[in-house]
Design a protein around this ligand. Sequence first.
Ligand SMILES: Nc1ncnc2c1ncn2[C@@H]1O[C@H](COP(=O)(O)OP(=O)(O)OP(=O)(O)O)[C@@H](O)[C@H]1O
Ligand code: SF4
Ligand SMILES: [Mg+2]
Length: 349
Amino acid sequence: MNQPDVDTAILGMSDIRKTYRLSSSVLQRFMKGSGRRSELTALAGVDLELRRGETLALVGESGSGKSTLGKTLVGSIGASSGIISYNGAPMPAHRDKELSRRIQMVFQDPYSSLNPRISVGSMLKELLLLHQIVPRDQVRDESIRILNRVGMDEDALTAYPSQFSGGQRQRIAIARALAVRPDVLIADEPVSALDVSVQATILDLFESLQKELGLSILFIAHNLAVVQHLSQRVAVMYLGRIVEVAETAELFKNPRHPYTRALIASIPRMSAESVNQQFVVHGDPPSPIDIPPGCRFSPRCTFAQDQCRKVDPTLQNIAGTVVGLHSSACLRAGELPIFSTILQRDGAQ
Ligand SMILES: Nc1ncnc2c1ncn2[C@@H]1O[C@H](COP(=O)(O)OP(=O)(O)OP(=O)(O)O)[C@@H](O)[C@H]1O
Ligand code: SF4
Ligand SMILES: [Mg+2]
């Protein structure tokens, strides 16, 4: 079994920013006539690393910038500024075929992510030949090997996407990503569109791929419950920034950002006790066109003080922990009330 290599980042993200210029019709919809700006900030300076051989979960509310970050990592959209590095070297703005092959993406919707007019066998053949993964006479055997790896059998080669269930289609989408032998998988909410009964089997598949193939996986999800048992580390995203990063068990036991606490408290079995109510956040996140001054979470934070509306906190190592193990972007990270006892009483890990 491969263990994550904590010393090496396969993907590094340094101050990644992405802004979109908005048309006047979009501005009217978002801003309702007040204080108009012409840009939407989807990523507001993301610092993060994906370590070799780990599954890192990226969690946050809708609109926080998770997919935008995933797309900048695979290169399907360009960042406005910042540096993405692969194996320690900055990636060029235009990636060659070899570099593109190494980072693959699996999307949320297995229905729209596969071409309905191409059979599974043709799809895999095209990729295997384009990237010269195997010689032409070995394409069929290699295609069967990949399908078997994702729990599908040889019969799938002659079938079309419409002939499969949602879970099977997601397996085929994963097979397509694996066919080119990537080092990194960016999985953007790959189970959100599936039935609950199917979700667990796809999560198991990601877990076995990480362990057996040594893949490095960025697993994007809306809620923490989905990734609790899958990921070694969790990064929490809020309004275009990473606000907390820690190993998964540590994050659940000792969350050091009020937003992370709110996400944990919103997991049903952890919110039963009234004492958790202090961590629940209300209302929607502010508009990414008009990010509040100071801490971007301050309008919704129970612990906000005056300084929080003036100082924009950056991700800092939690005092007393080894550098790189646990970071939070909260000015009051060291003063927040103890959380672990509450979770232990609720039966969490
Ligand atoms: N092409 C675009 N033009 C303008 N704004 C965009 C564009 N793509 C994304 N956005 C905006 O950027 C912000 C981040 O979007 P993104 O899709 O990355 O969020 P997300 O965290 O993946 O959300 P979800 O959980 O709903 O998938 C949102 O406010 C979104 O409306
Ligand atoms: S900096 Fe202040 S407002 Fe922001 S999360 Fe921490 S306590 Fe809340
Ligand atoms: Mg998304």
